[in-house]
Design a protein around this ligand. Structure first.
Ligand code: GLC
Length: 425
């Protein structure tokens, strides 16, 4: 098969498209409830006006290519309401009072009226690194790193309860992959209705209410305590990046701490999540580490790790390049195309992560391919992703076969594609 390659003209065109998206989605103001000013790109000015954690990390990486001040502001805003224990909420409802009706439709756990009690995939260190590198370097790092470190320390102290070094999520939306079919069994989901998902979400979260979502007791419940492969690959990668950033500031002791945490989680990922029979990595749940054997793109995420064993890498690549599984016209589908739950378009009441292609997962997996010497494949994914934008605009997600765009229009994190295109040029 001949693979495609993006051109410099594509990059120039895409950069302008991305710039426009961030202008449209920028939210600037002051919130009376906390007394802080804010300046960030919401996911989509039409449907999601608030600040989401991992969305903002992707946004900052994209913005670092054309507006370094806004890139810095994105991360600074994200950290303004960091909690005393180091935790950073996955949504900051800066302007909640203007959108009360919208918020009432969300299934979400709150710490207080404006801040959630949920985490999202921890790619903060990667975002900080990108912004520092293209901007003010060590000056920015010195300002932001103490807060960033407190967040990773919180993950270690609170969210890694079993001594294996892996981070656990206590409900599905903490992975950012809200309606992934990986959760169907635990959520007792048998159809594709939004109402069933809400019921399933309550089934899990209601168990935490009697003790006010105390983290220790949430893990004691031992119902949903998932070591998600994607979350942990991102965690490992980010601990490694954080260690480098600490070294850059001359803090060798801190760098050693984060490197050691990364290596501990790295070993456990192999031990607990690798499935020799299927040649895939699976999430594990609870104290018994029961495998969740559903084939989604997260099973391929260890490709991001440059120290992946070559035999395992080849087995993952076989899945990736199988046209029945992941090698669609517009790769990479979020659920394997031969899995019974695969739906290439939006389903039910807008359930997400059940098939369509997303730009953030493409960004991660394509960069993994580069690390394993497959620049040709990374270029092809980048080129086909550009074609998606030309065909259907900057959408939340796309049909892997037809390229039809779905979900929110003008979706901010999809602009992280710009970073990938620059890397493969
Ligand atoms: C959806 C996605 C989640 C994202 C949010 C805002 O809920 O599944 O990952 O953070 O939208 O864009």
């Amino acid at each position: 098969m001949r693979y495609k390659t993006p051109t410099i003209a594509d990059f120039v065109w895409l950069k302008e498209v991305c710039r426009e998206i961030h202008v449209k989605n920028r939210q600037v103001g002051k919130a009376d409830w906390c007394g802080h000013t804010f300046d960030f790109s919401c996911p989509s000015h039409l449907t999601y006006p608030f600040q989401w954690f991992w969305d903002s990390c992707f946004n900052a990486i994209a913005l670092s290519h054309f507006d370094i001040d806004k890139a810095e502001a994105e991360l600074v805003s994200l950290l303004k309401n960091q909690h005393e224990d180091g935790f950073v909420s996955h949504v900051t409802f800066w302007q909640r009072d203007a959108y009360e009706e919208m918020v009432s439709t969300y299934a979400i756990a709150f710490r207080n009226k404006y801040l959630t009690d949920e985490m999202q995939p921890p790619l903060l260190a990667e975002a900080v690194s990108a912004v520092a590198q293209r901007g003010r370097g060590n000056e920015f790092l010195k300002e932001i790193l103490p807060a960033v470190r407190r967040f990773y320390d919180w993950l270690h102290e609170v969210r890694s309860p079993y001594g294996d070094g892996l981070v656990r999520v206590v409900q599905p939306d903490e992975t950012g992959l809200d309606h992934s079919p990986k959760w169907d069994e635990l959520m007792e989901i048998k159809d594709e209705e939004n109402s069933s998902w809400f019921k399933g979400w309550n089934l899990i979260c209601d168990k935490y209410l009697p003790f006010n979502r105390d983290p220790k007791q949430m893990f004691e419940v031992d119902y949903f305590a998932v070591a998600d492969v994607m979350v942990n690959v991102i965690y490992i990668e980010n601990l490694r990046v954080l260690a480098k950033l600490c070294l850059q500031l001359g803090d060798v002791a801190a760098a050693e701490i984060y490197s050691a945490r990364a290596e501990r989680a790295r070993e456990s990922l192999e031990l607990l999540c690798w499935d020799e029979a299927d040649g895939l990595y699976y999430d594990v749940n609870g104290k018994t580490n029961k495998k969740i054997r559903v084939n989604t793109f997260t099973s391929l995420m260890p490709l991001l790790l440059s120290d992946l064993d070559s035999i395992k890498r080849d087995r993952l690549m076989k899945h990736l390049l199988d046209p029945a599984e992941y090698w669609a016209k517009y790769p990479i589908p979020s659920t394997a195309m031969n899995h019974p739950t695969y739906r290439p378009d939006t389903v039910g009441g807008n359930l997400v992560w059940r098939g369509p292609t997303w730009m953030n997962s493409n960004w991660y997996l394509a960069r993994g391919l580069i690390r394993h010497g497959r620049m040709d494949l990374a270029r092809h994914i980048a080129a086909q992703s550009i074609e998606l934008v030309r065909l259907s605009g900057v959408r939340e997600y796309y049909n892997p076969g037809t390229g039809a765009g779905w979900g929110a229009p003008d979706f901010s994190w999809s602009t992280v594609l710009l970073d990938l295109v620059e890397e493969v040029l």
